[in-house]
Structures are given as C-alpha cells and as structure tokens.
Design a protein around this ligand. Structure first.
Ligand code: ZN
Length: 100
C-alpha cells in the first residue's frame, strides 16, 4: 500500500539540478555533490545510498517519503526508472516527469 503511493508523487527539479543528474549518470558517478564514487543504487554510491536508507529508521513513513521527494527534487537521488530513461536517452520520458 505504502509503496504504491510512494512513487506517485513527484517534485519538480530545477534545470540546474537536472543538468547535474544527467552529467552524473553519463559519467556513472554518485549524485551527491563532491562524491566521485560509482553509482550503486538510485544514482548514489553504496555509502551514500546506505546513509539515505539509514534515515528510514529515524523517520515515520510520511517523513521518509517527504525526505525522498526532497532528495529527488534536489537531484541527489534518482526517481524510480529514471536511470533507465536517462541511459536510453529517452528525453520525452524525462521531460514528461518534469511537468507531471
Ligand atoms: Zn557517493
């Protein structure tokens, strides 16, 4: 139930943040600014993905959802399916998310 609603919400990402995301995915490096480690999951290296996941234990489901949306909007965490869209250069799908 929670997982279903989890991925329906979207927050807009600034042009600047979107550029950062596209550049990192192309280079295969972690989205966290200053980190040059390889992407492991959701656009983050293993260490940064784990630090994101660690917040799950300290937050309610709703708080963790808001936290996740904020990171996705900031461009430091990928949205579900996003890496696939970026890798096959599906700019239509990426643009559709931006206005959704
Ligand atoms: Zn990292």
């Amino acid at each position: 139930m929670f997982v279903g609603t989890f991925f329906m919400k979207q927050v807009k990402r600034s042009r600047e943040a979107q550029k950062h995301v596209v550049a990192c995915v192309a280079a295969g490096t972690c989205l966290v600014p200053g980190c040059t480690d390889k992407i492991h999951t959701s656009g983050r290296c293993q260490a940064h993905y784990q630090s994101y996941q660690a917040y799950k234990r300290t937050m309610t489901d709703e708080e963790f959802l808001q936290f996740t949306l904020k990171l996705q909007g900031d461009g430091t965490l990928l949205r579900p399916q996003e890496i696939r869209e970026l890798k096959r250069n599906d700019s239509d799908a990426v643009a559709a998310r931006e206005i959704a």
